[in-house]
Design a protein around this ligand. Structure first.
Ligand code: PLP
Length: 378
């Protein structure tokens, strides 16, 4: 940073820094405020067992293998984590990738030239949008979560089309779930889905296996990508696929070949995290309960929320003064106002409230009361 550069003056480039403390609080503007944001759904990033695994990892292996897995960087911990992820998600195979964002790019590089068309939800995550460009085929956007539009596009493309459909499983702005079952019915036999399950992995489904488990689907024609930075509270990403796709990734993706895998202590922390989420069903039950309480109270008060168990509640303010009112009410109640101002998003930004398994009932009650009072609903 240049001498004298001022973070307040750069607020148009990045929001002001926020320090997360005490698992459900942040320090912001000199105040300790309840934090209903981010994607650390179980607060595993500050879980003592995960931190211990990371510290032990630093001592035993150092930080980085400092080499691609295709050269000398294929440490046994990566294989172990891949096996654990494949077991957790009931997937034939898993491939670890440095970040969740990269998972989609790597899959697309590996599959380049195999599809005639990429059909992508118009609100798909930027990593899927970027990935589509690697596929080397025509890219067509379809209306958000609209299987009828997908069918219409496919009928126009004719019988010879071999499409790849790209979509998020859970959409981050409102927690809604993509109609994957409908897409599968609409696609021709050779068509498959690249499903970015970043927000559902570890969270949705009885065992946390994500959108596929939540919708009771077979993952056969679906390549799933997940991040380890949200529910698992660590860092990195993984592709969940069958052995043939794994082989394509390992042999055809230049990005896979040319990148250093995640730091080893993080791989060990992620392994601890996967094991914890595998055995501790109470975490998921608490998240479901907290989410259910907030959504049912807000629905009773008349808010329209998508039917989804995802712990995300989006609220788009009707005008600028509603932003100010909700913001002020939340701050008065000691809650950090999670106003998101994303490029291309709603004019006044939108509030994105995120529940965690670690929020207490008094915190949750405060949130519900503040939203209801600011929006004058009851
Ligand atoms: C849908 C989706 N995909 C991919 C990513 C990227 O994951 P990572 O942060 O691990 O790179 C995110 C992160 O915000 C996401 O929301």
């Amino acid at each position: 940073m240049h001498k004298g550069s001022n973070p307040v003056k750069q607020a148009h480039l990045l929001p002001l820094p926020l320090r997360q403390v005490d698992r459900t609080y942040v320090l912001s503007g000199g105040r300790k405020l309840i934090y209903f944001a981010g994607c650390d759904y179980f607060r595993l990033s500050s879980h003592p067992a995960i931190i211990r695994a990371l510290q032990k990892g630093v001592k035993s292996t150092g930080i980085s293998v400092s080499a691609s897995r295709k050269t000398t960087g294929n440490h046994p911990f990566f294989d172990e984590l891949e096996r654990a992820l494949a077991r957790f998600f009931k997937s034939p195979a898993a491939v670890l990738i440095g970040t969740g964002y990269m998972t989609n790019l790597v899959v697309a590089q590996a599959l380049a030239g195999r599809f005639t068309h990429a059909l992508i939800d118009q609100r798909a995550h930027p990593s899927l949008q970027d990935a589509a460009a690697f596929l080397g085929c025509a890219v067509i956007s379809f209306r958000h979560q609209d299987p009828a539009h997908v069918a219409q596009i496919l009928s126009r493309l004719g019988r010879g089309a071999v499409p790849l459909l790209l979509t998020d499983g859970v959409f981050a702005h409102d927690g809604s779930i993509a109609p994957i079952g409908e897409y599968l019915k609409t696609l021709p036999a050779k068509g498959i889905i690249l499903l970015d399950d970043a927000h559902a992995a570890g969270v949705l489904g009885k065992n946390g296996r994500g959108t596929v488990e939540q919708l009771k689907l077979s993952p056969e024609r679906i390549i799933r990508t997940v991040t380890l930075s949200k529910a698992f509270g660590v860092y990195g990403g993984a592709i969940l696929c069958d052995e043939s796709i794994r082989e394509l990734v390992l042999t055809r993706s230049r990005m896979f070949t040319g990148h250093t895998p995640m730091p080893l202590p993080l791989a060990q922390a992620a392994l601890a995290s996967v094991r914890l989420l595998e055995r501790d069903h109470a975490l998921r039950q608490r998240l479901v309960k907290n989410t259910g309480v907030v959504k049912s109270e807000l629905r009773k008060a008349g808010l329209q929320l998508p039917e989804t168990p995802a712990p995300i509640i989006g609220y788009v303010p009707k005008a600028g003064d509603e932003v100010a009112k909700l913001r002020a009410t939340l701050l008065k109640a000691g809650i950090h106002p999670p106003l998101i101002d994303y490029p291309g998003g709603p004019e006044h930004g939108y509030f994105r409230f995120v529940l965690s398994s670690e929020h207490t009932m008094p915190q949750i009650t405060k949130l519900v009361h503040s939203i209801k009072s600011a929006l004058a609903i009851r």
